[in-house]
Design a binder for this molecule. Structure first.
Ligand SMILES: Cc1cc2nc3c(=O)[nH]c(=O)nc-3n(C[C@H](O)[C@H](O)[C@H](O)COP(=O)(O)O)c2cc1C
Ligand code: SF4
Ligand code: SF4
Length: 269
């Protein structure tokens, strides 16, 4: 099928979704791509794109077995006509539950024909020095799997002349979806004296939830607990306080230690 443009469209506070999408695209032999990174809050206020004879690799992390609300809301505003989609979720070695189905349902409602989908594993946002959860993933093995998934998609595309040549990819998940996360607002980040006021956490935050005028403290009403600021801080000056997120990290460390592997799904042709 003749595709005019391939676009990466993603929300990825701690970059694991972005890394996997880029590797899938490399495997497809698509290195010169358009990129729409909706992690930055200012990107989500731009009008959503309209796709035509395009292929879009769309990805987001799993939050509480669902898509992050901001990502889902933005994805719902995208319009597509005669466009193919590859759908990807990244999860922190617990479960991805209904997130991939939710992404597929949104993509179909937008007008996409989903050709392939994958659930990959990324270091859990709550992973920290004390409680490592899927630390350093995606690792080399995950990247190889993403690359090979890209090659499989490219081979499938060679056999697709029109959108009627394949049936939409099947993905696991249940509808009605499980309830999304209901947390907080609560304070879970402590800022230590090691902070040197560099401002990197402000740039890393997808929600404008860090107040640089108040010693880089977190605006709890806006925070989505993504931990991007903690991971981006070069001084390791942002640390998890004792409380629900740290307790969850301990629980994940104790109960989700067994390594999970990426799962991929391809449309039948
Ligand atoms: C609020 C929140 C909820 C999460 N819920 C889940 C979950 O339900 N299952 C899971 O395995 N990982 C969960 N994670 C971990 C992320 O899905 C995982 O770290 C992912 O790789 C992050 O993607 P990113 O690097 O693109 O931001 C959650 C993370 C956060 C911040
Ligand atoms: S990134 Fe770390 S050191 Fe820099 S301002 Fe934020 S908390 Fe301080
Ligand atoms: S302040 Fe909250 S939303 Fe912003 S990066 Fe930190 S954890 Fe994420």
């Amino acid at each position: 099928m003749n595709i005019e443009k391939t676009t990466l469209l993603y929300f990825s506070p701690t970059s694991t979704t972005r890394i996997i999408l880029e590797e899938i695209a490399r495997g497809m032999g698509k290195e010169a791509l358009a990129v729409i990174d909706i992690t930055k809050p200012e990107m989500r206020t731009q009008p959503a794109p309209e796709f035509g004879n395009d292929l879009v690799l769309m990805g987001a992390p799993v939050y509480g077995g669902r898509l992050p609300k901001d990502a889902a809301e933005y994805f719902k505003t995208v319009r597509a006509s005669g466009s193919l989609a590859v759908l990807v979720v990244l999860y922190g070695n617990r479960e991805f539950e209904d997130a991939l189905l939710e992404l597929k349902d949104i993509a179909v409602a937008d007008g996409f024909s989903p050709l392939a989908a994958g659930a990959f594993i990324g270091e859990h946002s709550f992973s920290n020095n004390e409680f490592l959860i899927a630390a350093n993933r995606p690792d080399e093995d995950d990247l190889e799997k993403a690359f090979s998934f890209g090659k499989q998609i490219a081979r499938l595309l060679d056999h697709v002349q029109t959108l009627t040549d394949f049936s939409c990819v099947d993905v696991p998940g249940n509808f009605p979806y499980k309830d999304g996360m209901s947390m907080g607002p609560f304070s879970f980040i402590e800022i230590t004296d090691d902070c040197d006021n560099c401002g990197i956490c402000v740039t890393a935050c997808p929600e404008n939830a860090i107040d640089e005028t108040r010693t880089y403290s977190t605006l709890e009403d806006l925070c989505i607990y993504c931990c991007a600021c903690i991971k981006a801080c070069p001084q390791q000056a942002r640390i998890l306080k004792d409380g629900p997120i740290k307790d969850k990290a301990k629980w994940l460390f104790e109960t989700c230690a067994r390594r999970k592997e990426p799962q991929i799904f391809l449309a039948e042709n």
